[in-house]
Design a binder for this molecule. Structure first.
Ligand SMILES: Nc1ncnc2c1ncn2[C@@H]1O[C@H](COP(=O)(O)OP(=O)(O)O)[C@@H](O)[C@H]1O
Ligand SMILES: [Mg+2]
Length: 269
């Protein structure tokens, strides 16, 4: 009886585990499909937007300096620039954007990012950096990763309207099967350079948590949020064969962790 009970329990646990892995894989495939669609639209849009940007800049230049039309042309240019930024995030999400690959030192990158971020957040938010001095360097897109961390930092700011702490932590992480399962990842096992961005803000409701990385998913007011920040972060992690995941507690805060492979041991799950 005892033996049978134990066996049943083990089968049940294993089934639950498999269900979870399946869920992660379905989610990953869904993101892949959206990315494909978004990428092809973004690619065409990018071309048209460059034409609009080019001609509106030309107009501004050619109009008489006191012409009232200058303001209209500037408005066209500004709107096209905003749309181009959105498109660029869509391209990052769909991994259609090529980027130069260089050795990346996450600690240096964070040091460069902090002054930039400081100018965008209130004094009531304390920014700090807990650095793993032994953190390995890996090959990646410096600008891509910087923009991903900036996005995470700005989201953290938005979640801490009454101030708080924003902490960047770097670590060398051994991603084994256990770690992968715990965080719902499908990346290969091996050694990764990790950077987490932690805030002491609102935390995230389960309903929102499910859709975090989907393009155009936002809970912010129109004009405030585009819903493309985390989608771009997701794409940037993917294009580095890395991963990104979030941990949150309502009322306490949220931590986003990005992982970048340094040395891989075996194929993805
Ligand atoms: N650190 C965070 N704390 C709480 N909620 C967050 C955090 N980061 C992201 N979110 C939620 O995820 C949503 C999507 O984020 P994002 O893709 O960056 O788009 P946006 O910032 O334009 O809304 C946000 O609208 C917000 O609801
Ligand atoms: Mg954002």
């Amino acid at each position: 009886m005892l033996l049978q009970n134990e066996l049943e329990q083990r089968v049940e646990a294993r089934t639950r585990e498999l269900e979870k892995v399946n869920e992660f894989l379905t989610q990953a495939r869904k993101m892949e499909a959206i990315g494909h669609l978004a990428g092809s639209i973004a690619h065409d849009f990018n071309n048209y937007l460059n034409i609009i940007l080019g001609y509106s800049a030309l107009l501004v230049k050619k109009l008489e300096p006191d012409s009232p039309l200058i303001e209209w042309a500037l408005n066209v240019e500004k709107a096209a620039a905003t749309a181009a930024e959105l498109t660029s995030q869509l391209l990052a999400f769909s991994r259609k954007k090529k980027f130069p690959v260089r050795p990346v030192n996450l600690n240096t990158l964070i040091q460069e990012l902090i002054p930039l971020l400081s100018s965008a957040v209130k004094h009531s938010i304390a920014i700090s950096h807990v650095a793993d001095a032994q953190l390995p360097v890996f090959d990646g897109g410096v600008d891509q990763i910087k923009s991903a961390l900036l996005n995470l930092g700005l989201n953290a700011r938005d979640a801490m309207k009454n101030g708080g702490a924003l902490t960047f932590t770097t670590k060398t992480v051994d991603v084994n099967k256990e770690y992968r399962r715990k965080h719902g990842l499908t990346c290969a096992t091996g050694t990764y350079a990790s950077v987490s961005v932690a805030d002491t803000g609102t935390g995230i409701e389960p309903e929102v948590f499910k859709h975090l990385f989907e393009p155009f998913f936002t809970t912010k007011d129109e004009g405030k949020g585009t819903g493309m920040g985390l989608a771009a972060v997701y794409g940037i992690a993917q294009s580095h064969h890395g991963a990104v995941f979030a941990e949150t507690e309502l009322g306490s805060g949220t931590t986003f962790t990005m992982l970048f492979p340094v040395k891989l041991l075996e194929t993805p799950a």
